[in-house]
Design a binder for this molecule. Sequence first.
Ligand code: MG
Ligand code: ZN
Length: 360
Amino acid sequence: MKRGYVLLLALVIICTTSFAQQQTEKPTSAKNVILLIGDGMGVSQIYAGMTANKGHLNLERFHHIGFSKTYSADDFITDSGAGGTALSSGYKTFNHAIGVDTDSIAHQTILEIADKYGKATGLVATSEITHATPASFIAHVPDRNDYETIATYFLETDIDVFIGGGYKYFANRSDGINLITDLENKNYQICTSVDQLQGVNSGKLAGLIYDDKPPRVTKGRGDMLLTATQKAIEILDQSENGFFLMIEGSQIDWGAHKNNTDYVVEEMVDFDKVIGFVLDYAAKNGNTLVIVTADHETGGMAIVKGDLATGEVGAKFSTLGHTGVMVPVFAEGPGEEMFGGIYENTAIFDKMMLIFGFEK
Ligand code: MG
Ligand code: ZN
């Protein structure tokens, strides 16, 4: 009887201790954060891709999902400048702003702060690298269309890898300055084709793959986003202090602006392929938080027809612009449990800061 009581007491102590350990050992820091932004990627864009892909996407591998409120400081419906700035700097700002607040004051972005903390950094996009979403992570200008000024910011931060389009904003500028020469002087290896990317295995990489906008995935871009992502991670993974990488599926938005279901679906499936690669990397690495979200929804897309067996999908759109609807946030890795619920888009910046252990 007495022995039984002691055994029970011992069991209670063991259980309580292991529970307490579980509470304190929950990982609250990550060495690496990979943020994937599907521009214009609402729930309908995701489900259109999922239907076309016969009912499955890599996004289903996430177990922690939330929603973000995307409105900007001056508009119920955000653009990608204000949407990107909210994610990158934690400030809601006016539409078309890049990395500045409502008073046009510049604020450090998560990429710039990561650089200051000694982490490697990267940006990969299927738009010009000077386009609003990637620009929001590195530049500080009140007008997103000021591509030539945005390009100069790639020389202000010690970014390790950037890959996208927009070569001409570096090489063929109205001020006559050749930023390609400046990049070379800062030891960047310049790549102007996907094939050239394969020749770079370490060091700094400026991949300006297209003179202007990259084409659609089915009209010549092919596996550019996957190859660029693999190359960026191969290089950034060599950083002993970890890294921050933002990868954008830029053209989900462009397809939706055209109310073109095929375009949306192709870009969504391409982006999801990259999500699969990133999740595989993170699973192997073990110290990487992966976040997938959008800056806003585009097109007011509704799925009105579909066949999971054939992959046929029919959609209707309610606007040629963006909508004000919440967008999903997916997280996997250390700190993932912080991403459940409904919160402001700016909270995603705050959570990344917390998980990196950064202070402003
Ligand atoms: Mg974008
Ligand atoms: Zn758009």
